[in-house]
Design a binder for this molecule. Structure first.
Ligand SMILES: [Fe+2]
Length: 362
């Protein structure tokens, strides 16, 4: 018996030593992943960067590499999907407890509009029951100084989200929504019960003529948001599932769910003309296996970012952090005869902002 235990201990130790370089690499670097979604309700071609689950991490002391990657994606908008800060670090006596978020957001704001929604950590800090009101006020004041507004169960068009930016877009047909479920929906080991009706109760009804991007932190709410009418959901929270396995996806979520159905990447649900769900991509998206959407039906896509940082389980194995770049485009057919406007996305113009320039991004 002792020999078996010793053998198991040695095997675990060996595995740990073999995986150590992967853990160090994946825990200290990030990749840029690009996703494209097309719809005939979109006009032109638009690019967003999606930042989620930073958890205060700073790459290289000043985030220069992340900012370069954002600049190189030529986005019109940065969407922050929650958990840029960590609730346990929120301490009014600790100066700049939100330094990680500040390092990334300060150079971004002013160059790009930032559409910011809350994750479970921001919500915890904002909750009066947690006794962190001073921290929440500090963070809100900081965001206000940058001209960044917090979005909670509201919506705006892509054009209205511009803020202090160099780029302004012609009518894109795109609406941005934020959906927040109750805090109890983030409790560990909980079965999620958000329904289409819950989403409609908070957001109202979607305009069938518009393309709806819904930012909701927890991917468990994708099915309900899709049934409500979301064309694209942007989610985070799962951090890629700590370790990623081919054909399976992530191993464990921060909620301690083993092999979560949604752990990172792109997912798709199809509905028929009557709104009945007829197909879903399951835990791993495969473009080869995706059937056409039924005539008169619609598709709903989720991009689940693997996050830029980590928390709860501070390990990444075959699961580097991710900067998500989302392209939202007109369907190919409708694009015929149009040409891209070069450096900036089609449908956008560059205003002569004083002293502006993407080169000023670090
Ligand atoms: Fe989260």
């Amino acid at each position: 018996m002792i020999q078996v235990l010793l053998f198991l201990l040695l095997a675990v130790l060996l595995l740990f030593l073999l995986l150590l370089p992967v853990m160090v690499h994946d825990g200290t670097s990030f990749v840029t992943r690009e996703y494209t979604v097309r719809s005939d309700r979109v006009r032109g071609s638009h690019t967003l960067v999606f930042l989620t689950d930073l958890h205060g991490k700073i790459y290289g002391g000043d985030d220069a590499a992340v900012l370069r990657a954002i600049r190189d994606a030529h986005p019109e908008l940065a969407v922050a999907g929650g958990d840029l800060v960590t609730a346990s670090e929120a301490d009014p006596d600790r100066k700049e407890w939100y330094r990680g978020a500040a390092t990334l957001l300060e150079p971004l704001a002013g160059k790009l509009p930032v559409y910011l929604c809350l994750g479970n950590h921001e919500r915890k800090i904002a909750d009066p029951e947690e006794g962190k009101e001073i921290c929440w006020e500090q963070y809100c004041r900081f965001l206000e100084r940058l001209g960044i507004r917090i979005h909670r169960n509201d919506h705006t068009s892509l054009e209205e989200a511009e803020g202090k930016t160099q780029i302004s877009c012609a009518d894109s047909g795109i609406d941005l929504w934020s959906f927040e479920a109750g805090r109890e929906e983030f409790q560990r080991c909980r079965k999620h019960r958000i329904t289409r009706e819950d989403v409609a109760e908070r957001l109202g009804n979607p305009d069938p003529e518009r393309f709806h991007v819904v930012v909701t932190h927890h991917p468990a709410h994708f099915d309900a948001c899709a049934a409500w009418g979301a064309d694209l959901c942007l989610c985070g929270h799962i951090h890629g599932g700590v370790m990623r396995l081919p054909g399976i996806g992530g191993v464990i979520s921060p909620d301690f769910v083993l092999f979560p159905k949604y752990s990172g990447g792109k997912y798709e649900i199809h509905f028929d003309r009557s709104g009945r769900r007829v197909w879903s991509s399951g835990r791993v998206f495969s473009p080869q296996k995706t059937p056409p959407v039924p005539a008169g039906g619609r598709r709903s896509v989720m991009v689940l970012g693997c996050g830029l940082g980590f928390h709860t389980i501070p390990i990444r194995i075959f699961n580097p952090a991710e900067l998500s770049v989302i392209h939202i485009e007109e369907t190919e057919k409708e694009n015929e005869g149009e040409s891209a406007s070069g450096y900036f996305p089609r449908g956008c113009r560059i205003s002569a902002a004083e002293g502006g320039g993407w080169n000023q991004f670090r």
